[in-house]
Design a protein around this ligand. Structure first.
Ligand code: PFF
Length: 455
């Protein structure tokens, strides 16, 4: 396979951090995290989630970025270079497949978010006065094939345009504009939430743990969420790491990405629960929290129209910076390993992703009764990728770095760019070794068994 003479790289370290944080921060933080926390007991769940992030997600994130930076390749190319064994190359291939599958349904939900910017701006939320009617409106919209598919297509086009322009001019430039905007909107919404009368009940819900709500299942859900939110297990961070310079410090970058991602999840929790409690709504309604409950919440708060629009812009930006990382994994493979032009890969795979997403979009209307293993096509894609492919990918990546490629190879590469850090704190390396070899694979294995219904 002919290799390209020059491969793109990030223009700056900040560019990498913002792009990687953009991949991490998405629907998982703003849509999923609050409702999962709400369903699993609030603060106690959040503490366990934070522990999972530190103990498992951080070591795996380091491993993924490390493989990418060392090989400067996409997931398939990276495993080919480090091992060459068909099994490990297939692990890279599984990541690319997962990227393709996740994007196909992720973009459907992201399309709803785009559509809700218009709903909010045209004052539609004011037509309902209770959750029932707001939920029914959501059902009407998702049952409307034209509405569903049009916003899904619009979102895919936005994603494709950014990836089309490449690593520096598309992804990095887009992230440098969108991520600061995202933080700004989040802070404005947080101030709005905190200044609502009755906000303290929401804060109490997220920061005052009720330990009795914790069960074995909570730990497993928290771990699954930690994986999804950090885009781990399918080579997105590996691919972004592959555009990183050998001079950059991987451990510090990984910690920065984690801090940004966690802050966004926690602040989103504050935004949503202060508003939900202040307006007397219920916190544990599940996935409908954002599309059923929040519209009502906005109509009940001063300045609700403005803040409603702002909220769905926030959600759409977060989704877009994640979607570009999903498409980039697929595109990078065809550019690196198949020598395709980036433009061609983007157009062809953007289009295929759209095709694969159509049955997901139709799962809320024409295909609602079409079930495979008892799940709609949308739910099946979600379950297959988030609960099986990602944890399995994470498990195999940690086994690969800890045991197959081996620490003798991994450690010198990890030290590159981080010499000062590891000279000062050599124990950090020892901790990483224990976590990547033992903790991460064993705990992820348990999550996987749980997802498959075995435990
Ligand atoms: N991390 C994203 C979120 O929290 O919404 C989802 C995601 C993006 C998962 C990219 C995996 C991925 F490769």
């Amino acid at each position: 396979m002919a290799k390209k003479a020059t491969r793109e790289q990030w223009g700056s370290k900040l560019g990498f951090i913002l792009a990687a944080a953009g991949s991490a921060v998405g629907l998982g933080n703003i849509w999923k995290f609050p409702y999962v926390a709400g369903e699993n007991g609030g603060a106690a769940f959040i503490l366990i989630y934070l522990m999972c992030i530190l103990v498992i997600a951080l070591p795996v994130l380091l491993a993924e970025i490390l493989i990418g930076r060392t090989t400067q390749r996409n997931p398939v190319g990276a495993f080919k270079q480090l091992s060459g064994k068909p099994f490990w190359v297939a692990v890279g291939g599984m990541g690319i497949l997962a990227g393709f599958i996740i994007l196909s349904f992720y973009a459907v939900v992201s399309g709803w978010s785009l559509g809700y910017i218009v709903e909010a701006a045209t004052g539609k939320f004011y037509e309902f006065n209770q959750i029932g009617s707001s939920g029914a409106h959501f059902t009407d919209l998702t049952q409307n094939t034209l509405w569903n598919i049009s916003y899904f297509a619009a979102f895919m086009i936005l994603t494709m345009v950014i990836v089309y322009y490449g690593v520096q001019k598309g992804i990095e430039r887009g992230s440098k504009i969108m991520m600061p905007l995202l933080f700004l909107i989040l802070i404005v919404l947080m101030i709005r939430g905190l200044t609502l009368e009755g906000a303290e009940k929401g804060l109490d819900f997220i920061f005052n743990p009720d330990w009795s709500a914790i069960t074995g299942k909570t730990i497993l859900v928290a771990l699954g969420q930690a994986f999804f939110t950090l885009s781990l297990g399918m080579g997105a961070m590996l691919t972004y790491g592959s555009y990183m310079s050998k001079k950059d410090n991987i451990p510090i970058s990984a910690v920065e990405i984690i801090i940004l991602d966690t802050l966004v999840a926690l602040i989103s929790g504050v935004v949503i629960f202060t508003a939900v409690f202040a307006t007397g709504e219920s916190p544990n309604v599940g996935p409908g929290l954002i599309f059923h409950t929040l519209p009502i919440v906005f109509t009940k708060m001063p300045g609700g129209l403005f803040f409603g629009v702002l909220f769905f812009i926030l959600l759409s930006i977060a989704a877009l910076t994640s979607a570009i990382s999903l498409l980039e994994v697929v595109v990078a493979y065809f550019v690196d390993d198949k020598n395709w032009q980036r433009h061609r890969a983007v157009v062809i795979f953007g289009f295929f992703t759209f095709l694969l997403g159509i049955p997901s979009a139709l799962s809320f209307n024409i295909l609602a009764d079409f079930k495979i293993f008892g799940l709609t096509f949308f739910d099946l894609m979600d379950y297959l990728s988030s609960n099986i492919l990602l944890p399995l990918g994470g498990l195999l990546i940690s086994v690969f770095v800890g045991w197959v490629w081996g620490l003798d190879n991994a450690i010198p590469n990890l030290k590159q760019g981080a010499e000062n850090l590891f000279n000062k704190f050599p124990w950090m390396l020892d901790i990483w070794v224990v976590f990547i070899r033992y903790f991460a694979p064993i705990l992820i294995f348990l999550v996987l068994l749980n997802a498959l219904g075995i435990i």
